[in-house]
Structure formats: C-alpha cells, structure tokens
Design a protein around this ligand. Structure first.
Ligand code: SAH
Length: 232
C-alpha cells in the first residue's frame, strides 16, 4: 500500500484537497495512507524556533538542519524503503514518468520547505531527492506536495474507476490529448465534429490521434522531439 508522510510546518493543509473526490474516497477506503509530521515538534528552544538567518547574509530565513534532520529520522527511520522527496524549485521537474514510478512504489516521505528553503546539509545527509512542480516560486512546499500526491494517488490500483481513460491521457503516450466533446450536439452554432458521431471507431481513433499530434506539435514541440522514432 502507498504510504505518504509529509513533513511540514502546516499540517492543517493536509489532506486538504486530497480529502475530497477520488483521492479522498481512496483515503477513506484505505487504498493509501497520509500522515503529517509537524517539523516544529522537533525544535528544542522555548519558542520552538525552526529557522535562522542564512549563513553569508542575505534576505529571509532558512530551516535549520538539526531540527529538520530529527524530524526526518523520526518520520523515515533507517530501513524505510520509501524515497525521500524535497519539494523544491531547484529540483527535477515532476513528470508523468516519475509519478508512475512513485505510484508503483511503497510510498513517499515528502519534505515541504518554507522561507528561503532548507539547509543544504540535510539534503545531502538524508539523501533528499529535490522535485519541482514547475518554473515558478511557491511560498511553501505544501501545495507542491498536494499536487504530487494527487497525481500519484489517481494511479493507485482501484482508485480511478475507468483505468482506460488513465492510459489514454496526455503524456501517457508522449502526446497531449485530443479535444473532447459532449452534448449538446449544437452549442452556439458549433456542432460536434461529424466523425465523432459516425460510430466508426477506427476512424474516430485515427482522427483523435491526428488531433493529438497537431496539438502537440503546435503547443509542445519538445514532446514531439522527445518521442521514440517508432512513435513518430
Ligand atoms: N529561495 C528558494 C525558494 C523558496 S520558496 C529558491 O529561490 O529556490 C519556499 C519553499 O516552497 C521551497 O523550499 C519549496 O519547498 C517550495 N517551493 C517553491 N516553489 C516550488 C516549486 N516550483 N516546486 C516545488 N516546491 C516549491
């Protein structure tokens, strides 16, 4: 079973959006588990301070190595087979391939940064894998952790009713998905493309593939370039 443990200064942010809909039902059904660890519980001073000024000067504060390391060792003791992730804009951008790998594994220990980030020595000594959700800066790692877990949980066995739709989606075949239509047949003078109501499944599949290729070439030429030669 997929077990997620999130280290955060804001445990109230969880399960948040993951307590609803598909992920929430799966959580209730016990298809995955979610625990939070309050990093502040590992502070030792009277004021429960977790951050300090950056060595070398500059703006902002940095999460202290000693406190965060204690929290990690508590959440993920030696022998815990789960990957330890640090949500970080410096990380490798998250993609569907990594999401699928994570979903196939035992779970994840996820560290959410705050302030300017965390002390580099924890990243190294605790083997944290930095994961980014895109080239922009959030105020904390929590929304990024929610994003990552949402993407993973929907792939867990039994979570998505319709497995096939998961396999046909954007990125699963290296392409963006074709456009969708549903009733009404006519919306503001715009009909559903004829082919989709023709009942000819081979032609529909070919049409969808063509649209997916077109859309991907236009919006994400990088995805086309990255495809295997036999897919082109
Ligand atoms: N000073 C840092 C940004 C800190 S933002 C820098 O310039 O790299 C505070 C925290 O938000 C980070 O520690 C990280 O946990 C989280 N965060 C911000 N942007 C993120 C992103 N794009 N992906 C994942 N986590 C992010």
């Amino acid at each position: 079973m997929f077990r997620a443990t999130v280290l955060t200064l804001y445990p109230e942010m969880f399960p948040g959006a993951l307590g609803l809909s598909l992920a929430g039902r799966a959580l209730e059904a016990g298809s995955w588990t979610l625990d939070t660890v309050q990093i502040r519980d590992f502070a030792t001073d009277r004021h429960r301070t977790v951050d300090d000024t950056p060595a070398g000067g500059g703006a902002g504060m940095v999460l202290r190595a000693d406190i965060l390391a204690k929290a990690i060792d508590h959440a993920s003791p030696q022998g815990d087979g789960r990957p330890r992730l640090l949500m970080s804009p410096r990380g490798k951008p998250l993609n569907q391939e990594r999401v699928r790998e994570l979903a196939a594994g035992p779970g994840a220990v996820i560290v959410c940064g705050r302030f300017e980030g965390i002390d580099q020595r924890v990243i190294e000594s605790r083997g944290l894998e930095e994961v980014s959700i895109g080239d922009f800066i959030l105020s904390g790692g929590e929304p990024a952790a929610l994003v990552l877990l949402d993407a993973v949980v929907r792939l867990l066995p039994g979570v998505m009713g319709n497995q096939i739709s998961g396999e046909e989606e954007s990125f699963e075949n290296g392409l963006l998905e074709h456009p969708h239509y549903t009733r009404p047949q006519l919306f503001e003078d715009m009909p559903i493309p004829d082919i989709l109501t023709s009942g000819n499944h081979a032609k529909i599949a070919a049409w969808r593939h063509e649209r997916a290729l077109e859309l991907t070439a236009e919006r994400r030429p990088d995805l086309i370039a990255a495809r295997q030669p036999r897919q082109k």
